[in-house]
Design a protein around this ligand. Structure first.
Ligand SMILES: *[C@@H]1O[C@H](CO)[C@@H](O)[C@H](O)[C@H]1NC(C)=O
Ligand SMILES: *[C@@H]1O[C@H](CO)[C@@H](O)[C@H](O)[C@H]1NC(C)=O
Ligand SMILES: *[C@@H]1O[C@H](CO)[C@@H](O)[C@H](O)[C@H]1NC(C)=O
Ligand SMILES: *[C@@H]1O[C@H](CO)[C@@H](O)[C@H](O)[C@H]1NC(C)=O
Length: 233
């Protein structure tokens, strides 16, 4: 166990041009990257982005890495809803947009699943969000067979997005990837006796404290999901 953790840390420290541009363990992996920017803040293979900077869809461009085919970009949360405590909603689809052939940026993108900003609940650490650039084999974008009636207008249709199935059914190619983390560090309690520490859930915290923080976070997730639903209704 100890050895596994140490070797994972060691391999993260090795930065090379052939390093995967997807989170460790994520499949499909690729060593090619593309530009993703929230405002002026660039995403660089796993960097932390401020939650408030992620409210609006990022701009993307992929001039160097892709040909003149049409493309599809997806953004997925790998840690929904509560990271290590519960990943049962993952991967959660936050965004899907198609880019017509000949264009290489989000300037001409058409939303397939409108962008929904990250809403990781307080107290469960950062979530990982992966963006995949897929090459679309046809000039026009069509949702592939088995997905053709999806509108992604409510959150339930975005849970457990079947990525491998989607890629296979559409005959898409994984062309490039990028990823970031973000966390909601808003204080959970405005009136506790000690300093609020919402960065992680300590396993040695008293049971009552853990239970109430869990309750608060579950409520947070439900609220987040409700607001996502309301937003798209
Ligand atoms: C962050 O957490 C606070 C407190 O739970 C909540 O009010 C806020 O909406 C959250 N932010 C996002 C972007 O989810
Ligand atoms: C999509 O809708 C059409 C028309 O209602 C239906 O015939 C088809 O079976 C649906 N496809 C899926 C995958 O649900
Ligand atoms: C915190 O709780 C105390 C005792 O209940 C109360 O007097 C105080 O107004 C509360 N402070 C805030 C900021 O809610
Ligand atoms: C929160 O707790 C962690 C782990 O106990 C500690 O390392 C960190 O400094 C604390 N952060 C704050 C803001 O108190």
């Amino acid at each position: 166990m100890r050895f596994a953790v140490l070797s994972a840390v060691a391999s993260l420290a090795i930065v090379s041009p052939t390093m995967a541009q997807t989170p460790p363990g994520f499949s499909p992996a690729t060593t090619k990257t593309f530009n993703v920017k929230f405002g002026n803040t660039a995403v660089t293979a796993g960097n932390a982005i401020k939650l408030q900077d992620t409210a609006v869809a990022p701009s993307i461009d992929f001039g160097d890495v892709a040909g003149n085919s049409a493309h599809v970009v997806t953004m997925l949360d790998l840690d929904a809803p509560m990271g290590d405590a519960d990943r049962s909603y993952s991967p959660l689809l936050h965004w899907m947009a198609s880019i017509p052939s000949g264009d290489k940026s989000s300037a001409t993108a058409t939303d397939v699943a409108p962008y929904a900003g990250p809403q990781p609940p307080v107290g469960y650490g950062p979530h990982r969000y992966v963006l995949l650039l897929l090459t679309n084999p046809s000039a026009e974008f069509h949702l592939p067979s088995g997905f053709e009636n999806q509108t992604y207008s409510d959150v339930t249709s975005r849970l457990q997005f079947p990525l491998e199935k989607f890629i296979a059914a559409g005959n898409f190619q994984v062309t490039a990837a990028n990823w970031f983390t973000t966390e909601n560090t808003t204080a959970t309690s405005t009136n506790s006796t000690g300093p609020t520490n919402s960065s992680t859930t300590s396993t040695s915290a008293p049971v009552t404290a853990r239970a109430s923080s869990l309750q608060a976070s579950v409520a947070g997730v439900l609220l987040a999901l409700m607001s996502l639903q309301v937003f798209y209704l």
